[in-house]
Design a protein around this ligand. Structure first.
Ligand code: UDX
Length: 433
């Protein structure tokens, strides 16, 4: 089939490349000419393992192309995926739908034959209705169908999550577009992916409810970890014990420094604000948002306690600053709260991250990027393991740590407290006694 992906971010680029790898002809469109020029040369703007190879392969077999020409790309395509950003509006909980509606207005002017318009971006409940209204201003209703097909891609695992999804959700209010979408996904369905056909609004809500539930699950285990710290229990025993119950499941029960990223923080706020509009108070998700926002401060308090509140001139090393491993994404990473706070209190901070220097810390004079782990840890007072990169999972701290007084605060529980004790290394972690 002939597809057009509008927006070449994490969602549009990965989905477009994967659709082309399934044999479809895909045009990925973006307003950013530099981005498009780079993509045409196979230069990828995001860190996503395996993506570069797939882009190169599908450009070569001429199934994948990139363009800034939205008009002609729409006219050439049968299915148009809207994959532009829906960031949280500054100073509110609402999703900013400016980019979505700008695309809808462009689409309305360029429907030359029957088109299926698919929202793949995470859009608030009833956005499909709003897009439909915009299209109806210039087109009769039999010229298009607006469908919700939310993505469930995790950064760092996006290609795998596309090819082996737990489920494909398609929210179509007509049988024709549902049939066409089911056909588009037939190679994945043939490999065992479950295909769920719902109303458009149900598909929109499934996405938000899923992310909000995952965020709730993480926040739940983070709060249980707080109780474990007070009662000398190992949170991992609790997570395993809970996870063996098939109704709970073992995934997304790893205690850590607060969830971050481009989705959970945004989507939890958006679903509560949508519900408020429909006079429904989602108190559980609101408490999740609050608890998660407070978590970085809670972990910082433990850092203050380590130094008896004397932070000035202390040398603190961060291993990892991205919001999770296998991504270069810093959006809502808890390091964006912790490092500035510690810097303002006079600490000297060095950080190492496999994805390199971060402009987010440029303004802080006593924060510097180290090109290697050993440089980052050299003569440091406190090591904070912030992100669970594989690079940090088998470090020989007896060699790396010269100063016996150095403490490790492992916010991702990568190491065993018992083994650290045996090596006489002062070691703290999350939810472990
Ligand atoms: C998430 C959803 O998983 C995905 O389905 C959706 O499409 C987009 O949002 P992503 O934000 O890329 O994906 O990352 P994810 O792996 O879900 O992690 C989100 C945050 O939760 C990260 O900060 C991560 O460190 C944290 N997390 C995750 C935990 O703290 N504990 C866990 O057990 C799992």
């Amino acid at each position: 089939m002939r597809l057009c992906m509008i927006g070449t971010g994490y969602v549009g680029l990965v989905s477009g490349v994967c659709f082309s790898d399934l044999g479809n002809n895909v045009i990925c469109v973006d307003k950013n000419i530099n981005k498009i020029n780079n993509l045409q040369k196979g230069i990828i703007p995001i860190y996503e393992p395996g993506l570069e190879e797939l882009v190169e392969k599908n450009i070569k077999n001429q199934r994948l192309s990139f363009s800034t020409d939205l008009k002609s790309s729409i006219k050439k395509s049968d299915i148009i995926f809207i994959c532009v950003g829906t960031p949280t509006k500054k100073g509110s909980s609402n999703a900013d739908l400016k980019f979505i509606f700008d695309v809808a207005k462009d689409l309305a002017k360029n429907i030359n034959k029957f088109k299926i318009i698919v929202t793949k971006s995470t859009v608030p409940l009833t956005t499909g209705d709003d897009i439909e209204k915009i299209l109806l201003k210039k087109n009769s209703k039999n010229k298009f169908a607006v469908v919700s097909n939310p993505e469930f891609l995790r950064e760092g695992d996006a290609i795998r999550d596309f090819i082996y999804p737990d489920r494909i959700v398609v929210g179509a209010n007509d049988t024709k577009s549902n049939r066409i979408l089911k056909n588009l996904y037939s190679p994945l369905i043939a490999k065992g992916a479950k295909y769920l056909s719902t109303s458009r609004r149900a598909a929109e809500l499934i996405k938000y409810a899923s992310n909000a539930f995952l965020a709730t699950k993480i926040t739940f285990i983070n709060e249980i970890a707080n109780l474990c710290e007070k009662t000398k229990i190992n949170i991992e025993d609790i997570a395993i014990g809970m996870g063996l119950d098939e109704r709970i499941g073992s995934r997304f029960l790893r205690a850590g420094p607060a969830y971050g990223g481009s989705c959970f923080p945004k989507d939890t706020k958006a679903i509560t604000s949508t519900a408020d509009k429909f006079k429904t108070n989602l108190t559980v998700i609101k408490s999740v948002i609050k608890s998660n926002e407070n978590r970085s401060q809670l972990l910082l308090k433990r850092v203050y306690k380590i130094f008896n509140n004397k932070i000035k001139n202390k040398k603190i090393s961060f291993l990892g600053v991205t919001f999770k491993a296998n991504t270069d994404d810093m959006r809502d990473s808890s390091s964006l709260t912790m490092i500035p706070k510690l810097s303002k209190m006079g600490a000297y901070i060095r950080y190492f991250d496999p994805t390199g220097y971060k402009k987010e810390f440029k303004e802080y004079k006593n924060v510097s990027y180290s090109k290697s782990i050993s440089r980052c840890l050299y003569k440091t007072d406190l090591i904070i393991i912030h992100t669970e990169w594989n690079d940090f999972k088998s470090l020989d701290f007896t060699k790396l740590i010269k100063n016996k007084k150095t403490i490790i605060f492992d916010m991702r529980n990568l190491y065993s407290p018992q083994k650290m004790l045996k090596k006489n290394i002062r070691y703290l972690s999350v939810g472990r006694g």
